[in-house]
Design a protein around this ligand. Structure first.
Ligand code: APR
Length: 231
């Protein structure tokens, strides 16, 4: 089987009604990124951060995977598919994809703030799946009973899954970039790991600098239908 690696971003979930990061509208526009998506924000006001991610988690069951997520999952019949996603939602999982690397974490999971660090080798041991539930200040876990925090990679933090993701891209026969502006590193740098034989497709309704890739300029669902005809 040929290896197809997908790098997805918030644009793939746009047609499921989840707003993109930089596109305007929705959740992110009411908050400053520094307040809800940086480690400094967590140290400054953890209560606000918890409230923000509790809201995002509670909202998630109201959004279903769209055809783009589903078609990606179906590609597993013909390809060895790895989905590398910058998204913290669970729509790839719910659509049935079986090999997913979340670069920026998962909103449905939490962990004690002193666990999953460089010191413990980013061990998942104390990471808990809380589904669409919420956590509050004073909720603790792990060996040292420390405050629980969202299992999300914030600005200012390491991206522990980046090397596993780079390895996947370096073995790809086909790389599909879908719904990401590729403005955030280290995710944006993953493309450079693609071997020279790799065919690269970009699905995005916006203008992109495609660098030798085939740009399917369409929303994710329509773009996926077109891609399947081109493969
Ligand atoms: N289908 C496909 N792509 C779409 C759609 C759609 N229906 N609607 C918008 N897009 C495209 C936009 O044109 C844009 O290129 O999705 C992209 C979204 O880009 P961003 O908003 O920058 O989101 P993303 O690339 O996922 O952001 C990466 O930044 O803030 C951090 O950690 C956060 O994971 C996030 C990272």
């Amino acid at each position: 089987m040929k290896k197809l690696v997908v790098l997805s971003g918030s644009g793939i979930s746009a047609e499921s009604g989840i707003s993109t990061f930089r596109g305007g509208g929705g959740l992110w526009n009411n908050y400053r990124v520094e307040d809800v998506a940086s480690i400094e924000g967590w140290h400054r006001n953890p209560g606000l951060m918890l409230e923000f991610y509790n809201g995002m988690r509670a909202d998630l069951p109201h959004h279903a995977p769209n055809l783009a997520h589903t078609l990606l999952a179906e590609l597993e019949k013909e390809y060895a598919v790895t989905v590398i996603t910058q998204n913290v939602d669970d729509l790839h999982e719910r659509a049935g994809s079986s090999h997913i690397i979340h670069l920026h974490g998962e909103v449905t999971k939490v962990r004690p703030e002193d666990c999953y660090t460089d010191r413990d080798g980013y061990s998942l041991r104390y990471v808990q799946d809380i589904g669409y539930g919420s956590i509050q200040m004073g909720d603790t876990g792990g060996p040292n009973k420390r405050q629980l925090r969202p299992h999300i990679v914030w600005f200012g933090e390491a991206v522990p899954n980046i090397s596993a993701a780079a390895r996947e891209v370096s073995e790809a026969d086909i790389l599909l970039i879908i719904g990401t502006s590729l403005q955030v590193y280290p995710a944006a740098g993953l493309v450079s790991y693609a071997p020279s034989r790799c065919r690269i497709f970009v699905i995005d309704p916006g203008e992109v600098s495609a660098h030798g890739a085939t740009h399917i300029q369409a929303p994710a669902t329509e773009g996926m239908k077109k891609l399947i005809k081109m493969l």
